[in-house]
Design a protein around this ligand. Structure first.
Ligand code: APR
Length: 254
């Protein structure tokens, strides 16, 4: 019986990863859904419960920090309970095999780092630290008291070190991720709707540099028909694991 399409594609994708001199991954909220963290734009996603214009922008935070902190609190409760899932583990395996240079993540949940990833660029920051909106002093989330919104010793309110709409991407994250994307040979795009700039330019930069774009998502996205070379439709936990298993199989043969 001949190999089905997915088998052929998955072997090809695995061969691409094995032969690539520099492979990257770009991950979005979809990779953490199986860890219990809802994504933003699927049904039941965060933006269904919190209007992004009222809760997700820096101007909304400046106008009413107490209100935006109700969303931060909700996200923090969900993230605190979350653990890495097989997709995070599979990317960690690829990095430990030396076949995945860097994971560029749009997520703020720290799950790649918790699953042993050796190189992660946090494109939208990380929710584990907070900074004072006035004196910039930084705090670790676990060191904070019960007061909401939390305050700095200078008296001003603290904001999680995450990028809200209207804020700049951390300059180093922007520079490093775009430099890597312009010299990679393979880019895994996992669990992102690719609707938010400038993160969604990373696949375009990689494509322009001649990289193979391998996408994993439960549904087609804005990239699938025009940018993606190999599209695997399904859940990241199963498909990223399958890809890492294929890669490991090829590496063990060679
Ligand atoms: N496996 C694979 N893909 C999944 C899964 C899953 N188990 N569950 C959901 N997805 C897909 C969805 O189909 C969707 O395409 O993940 C994608 C999640 O898209 P978004 O919710 O838009 O999240 P993301 O692309 O990460 O959003 C980018 O927008 O709101 C801002 O700052 C926020 O970082 C976020 C950015």
């Amino acid at each position: 019986m001949g190999l089905g399409n997915v088998e052929i594609m998955s072997t090809t994708a695995a061969e691409i990863i094995c032969q690539s001199k520099l492979s990257l991954a770009l991950t979005g909220a979809g990779i953490s859904v199986e860890s219990g963290i809802p994504d933003f734009r699927s049904r039941g996603g965060l933006w269904e419960r919190f209007d992004p214009m009222e809760y997700g922008t820096i101007s909304a935070f400046q106008a009413n920090p107490e209100k935006v902190w109700t969303m931060f609190q909700e996200m923090e409760k969900i993230i605190r309970r979350a653990r890495p899932n097989p997709a995070h583990k599979a990317l960690g395996r690829l990095q430990h095999m030396g076949l995945l240079h860097t994971i560029i993540t749009q997520n703020i949940d720290n799950l790649h780092q918790e699953e042993g990833a050796t190189s992660v660029i946090e494109y939208h920051g990380n929710s584990k630290t907070l900074s004072c909106i006035s004196c910039d002093r930084q705090y670790r989330l676990e060191k904070l008291g019960e007061e909401i919104p939390p305050r700095c010793t200078c008296g001003q309110i603290l904001k999680p070190d995450v990028v809200l709409f209207g804020e700049a991407i951390p300059p180093r994250a922007l520079r490093e991720s775009h430099e890597l994307a312009s010299s990679c040979e393979a880019l895994l795009v996992i669990g992102t709707s690719a609707q938010v700039a400038p993160a969604n330019t990373i696949p375009l930069i990689a494509k322009k540099a001649g990289a193979s774009i391998i996408e994993i998502n439960v549904e087609p996205t804005l990239l699938t028909s025009s940018v993606t070379d190999i599209f695997f439709q399904g859940r990241a936990g199963e498909l990223v694991t399958k890809l890492a298993d294929e890669v490991e199989g090829i590496m063990n043969q060679s």
